[in-house]
Design a protein. Sequence first.
Length: 337
Amino acid sequence: MATNEHHEWLKKRDWPAVQGVMLNPMDKDFDLLAKKYKERDEHGRLPHHWMAAKAQTHTHTLAHVGVRSISYNVEALTTRDNKGETPIDIARRSGACAEIISLFSLTPEEVRSLGMEMLRLYAPVTYWMSEMSGWIRSRSWTDCHKWINEHDDELVREVLKHYNSNLLQAIACYGQEYSESLVFLALRMIHRNPPSLEATQTQGFNPLQLAEHPQFNTCSEIRNVLRLTLKDISSTPFPTLLRQHLPRQFVDEEVFGVYNTSCTFIKHMKYDKAELVECEAPSLFYRMLSMVFFPVAASREKRVLHEGMLLLNRCIQEPGAGDGPTSVVLDFLRVDS
C-alpha cells in the first residue's frame, strides 16, 4: 500500500492542485490517473476517504474534484478502510459539507445511471463554466445569452466569477468579429460580476490587456467595453451602459422591447405608491399587475400572482428602479425561446 500525491493533496485540502491534474494530466494518461484513485495508503484509505475527512467547507472546486474522483473509481463509494469505514461514514463523522455528504451518499449503481449528468447536478458551477467556455470558443453568443436567461442570477454570478473570472478573459480572446450580441454579452457579464474587469489570468493579463494583445486582435467595440472601470459600473445604470455601447435601435428593439411598459409602471408605483394605499382598491392593482407582467410572461404559466407582487416590491426599493429595466425586471419578464 503506497501513498500517492493525490492522498497528500487531499489531506492538505489542496483541491486546486487535484483539479489541475484532473483537467490536464501532465502525461495525458487518464488511465494512470484512474489507477491513483484505486490505490490505498497505509491506512487502507483511498483518496476519497481523505477527501471525506477534510471536506468541511464547500467550494466549487471541491465539488468538481469529488465528482471526478468518483468517476475514476465508482466502487470507492462502498470501499472500507482499515477501520471499516466507507467515505460516507467518514464524511458524516467528520462534519463534511452537505454537498459532499450528498455526493458520497450515492450508490455505485446510481452513479452509473447518472453518467455525465452527475457533474451538472453535483458540481453545477464548474459544469456550466465548461459549457460557457465552449460556447465562447465557438462564438455561440446566442447559447450564452440563452443560458444566462434561463438560470438563476446567483448561479450565473458564481459561474462568471469562478476560476478567476476567466470567461470574460475568453471573450477578450475570441471577440475578433464584432456583433451586437457579442457586445451585449460582455456587458451582461460585467454587470453581474464587475471585478472580472480586473481579474488576471496565469500570465498576469487582465481582459483588456488580452484584448489589446496583437495575438488576439479583439474588435474595438469589445476593447471599449473592457475599458470600463469598477467606478463606471457602480455609478452608471445598466440601461445607460447599454445605450453607450450598443446601437440605440438594438437597445430599444432587441433588449428593452416590452420592458419599457413595465418600467413605466414600476416608476409610477415607486413615486406614487401612496395613491395605491389610499385608493383601497386591490382589485385595480391586480388588474394593473396582470396587464403589465403576465402577457409578456405567457410562456411561464406556472407563475403565480404573488411572484409578481414580490418582484414589484423589490423593484420599488431597488436604486434606479423606474429609470430603466433592472436585472430583476429582466429576469421576470424573460420569455423562454
